[in-house]
Design a protein around this ligand. Structure first.
Ligand code: UDP
Length: 335
């Protein structure tokens, strides 16, 4: 039978989609989330949600033992690049230090498998795209460093044989559960598609385009947007691989290997939505590399990952219908 999986940050955006993928595939799941940015509503009622901070090692030890956790998917953390530039100390505490505490609790409780949410920000501003996993890691912001330092810690601990781990380096995660059970909620959203969908439904007046003088064809940054449900499916495959071969650890990029500019995303959104969102062209945002596109051969070949929702229109449609639903719910609460 399947071991219980602890999902940290399971009430957050990506974590909740991983919970759904595990749940749909019949894995027993427990969620730990401090609800700083997560929401109870996106976690299925049948899944226990423990409101605790992963940096609290004693509390985490108790959870791991009580629920007889066999493996951890570790999503909890902070993810806003510009915020990491203005408050780096918080990012090292909330990402690196908290992961260190969680790892300690896991080792004491005898949990031997850990799947870690890492990021393309570990590569910094790459010289060539697409980027493969052997490319140099030279982050250009504290967020990327906070994740890379955690990867290094996992690598060194795994080398002792205490655990095996997988680091999944996400490119730009977007979209929402195709069945409408979860999506991005966080107030004060900063991610492009979320912000653009908020503008499309009328929650914002416009979208700021951060930088139009990048060395790219239309002058705006290029990213590899991956549907959150495809990413969640990759997590389940990665988890199975960790359990199947406890001697093997790995690092995989998660993206489609395709680049889309900020302006291209907005054009596509207008097409899906039917009416244009207002753009305000502005200066660059701190910490943004011009281009991030994944080489994903390792993920595809080693895990047999097969994307199902790669079409950009599909990604945008799912994000937009989630945003419309949120908007209606909020309107109903206010009425
Ligand atoms: N971006 C933008 N306007 C926004 C939010 C983002 O122009 O309101 C740009 C941002 O500068 C970057 C790209 O969209 O080039 C993706 O940014 P996002 O914050 O979504 O993800 P990141 O790549 O920082 O993880």
């Amino acid at each position: 039978s399947k071991p219980t999986i602890l999902v940290t940050g399971g009430a957050g955006y990506i974590g909740s989609h991983a919970v759904l993928a595990l749940y749909d595939a019949g894995w027993p799941v427990v969620v730990v989330d401090n609800l700083s940015n997560g929401s109870r509503e996106v976690v299925p009622d049948e899944v226990p949600l423990i409101e605790t901070d992963i940096g609290d090692a004693a509390a985490m030890r108790a959870v791991l033992k009580e629920h007889r956790v066999g493996a951890i998917m570790h999503f909890a953390g902070s993810i806003v690049v510009p915020e990491s530039v203005t408050d780096p100390h918080f990012y090292y505490r909330n990402n690196t230090v908290a992961s260190h505490a969680l790892l300690g609790a896991a080792m004491e409780a005898g949990v031997r498998h850990l799947l870690f949410s890492s990021t393309a920000a570990t590569y910094g501003a790459p010289e060539t795209v697409p980027i493969d996993e052997d490319a140099p890691t030279r982050p250009i912001n504290p967020y990327g460093w906070s994740k890379l330092m955690t990867e290094q810690m996992l690598r060194d601990v795994a080398a002792t044989g205490a655990i095996n781990y997988g680091a999944l380096r996400y490119f730009n995660v977007a979209g929402a559960d195709p069945k409408g059970r979860s999506g991005q909620i966080g107030k004060g959203a900063t991610h492009l598609l979320k912000v653009a969908c908020e503008a499309a439904v009328g929650k914002r007046s416009h979208v700021d385009v951060f930088g139009t003088d990048y060395p790219t064809p239309d002058g705006t940054c290029i990213r590899d947007y991956i549907h959150v449900a495809d990413l969640a499916a990759a997590h389940v495959l990665a988890l199975e691989a960790l359990i199947a071969d406890p001697a093997e650890s790995f690092t995989f990029n998660c993206g489609y290997g395709r680049g889309t500019s900020v302006l291209e995303m907005l054009e596509m959104l207008d097409r899906v939505n039917g009416t244009p969102v207002k753009r305000v062209l502005g200066p660059r945002r701190a910490g943004d590399p011009p281009q991030l596109v994944a080489a994903n051969r390792r993920l595809v070949e080693r895990l047999g990952w097969q994307p199902r929702f790669a079409d950009t229109g599909t990604i945008i449609e799912s994000a937009l219908s989630w945003e419309r639903r949120l908007f209606q719910k909020e309107a109903a609460v206010c009425a």
